[in-house]
Write a protein that binds this ligand. Structure first.
Ligand code: CA
Ligand code: CA
Length: 206
């Protein structure tokens, strides 16, 4: 069967349009984040020879997921610690709406000198729009206490939520002020403290 020149042209045009659509919707990434760590070290290898200082996620597309393996090591002198992951400084800010970073950390304590393999998963939501390039910072740090534990019973649960609620919207001059509930230490108990508590809800240290 002969394919007419017209059909060939139409097919070619369709392919070009399809290609353009994919290209326009792709998210090209030069560098995605700088990695900072406190009290723990973050490496590319289990032996701890190569520090992770930034990650290049490469070319990403709407709906795509990229996994990267890293190793988090508790520095020798620390007691066993939890590790925490924060992302901040998103450029452009709306990128944080469409891009999710998760990790495979199960919430257990890391012994002194122990190296824990962790998988970071970056997910680009299919609905991403208007973001051609992005950048964000990630901080990984270790702490030997449970962040979000307001009442000091080594578990983050409903009682900590109640404690924050009891001194919500207060500052150090208020009689209801509870310094333990000011989780980010900015001298006001507000939504940011509640967010920190919520993020670590269910974590415990015993
Ligand atoms: Ca608690
Ligand atoms: Ca606060």
């Amino acid at each position: 069967m002969n394919i007419s020149k017209f059909e060939k042209t139409v097919t070619l045009m369709l392919l070009i349009i399809l290609g353009l659509t994919i290209a326009l919707r792709s998210v090209s990434v030069k560098r995605t984040f700088a990695v900072e760590s406190f009290y723990v070290d973050v490496y590319w290898d289990a032996e701890g020879n190569y520090n992770v200082t930034s990650i290049d996620w490469g070319e990403l597309h709407p709906g795509s997921t990229r996994k990267i393996s890293i190793f988090v090591r508790n520095e020798d002198l620390n007691p066993p610690c939890f590790i925490y992951l924060w992302t901040e400084g998103w450029i452009p800010p709306e990128a944080s709406t469409y891009i999710r970073l998760d990790w495979s950390y199960d919430g257990r304590k890391i012994a002194a000198g122990e190296t824990l393999p962790v998988t970071l998963t970056l997910r680009i939501l299919p609905s991403i729009y208007g973001v051609d390039d992005f950048w964000f910072n990630i901080t990984i740090f270790g702490a030997d206490y449970v962040i979000g534990d307001v009442n000091g019973d080594e578990v983050v649960d409903i009682f900590d939520a109640v404690s924050i609620g009891a001194s919500y919207d207060t500052t150090p001059s208020d009689s209801q002020w509870n310094p333990q509930a000011d989780l980010n230490g900015d001298n006001v108990i507000d939504i940011f403290d509640l967010t920190i508590m919520t993020r670590n809800y269910g974590l415990f240290s015993f």
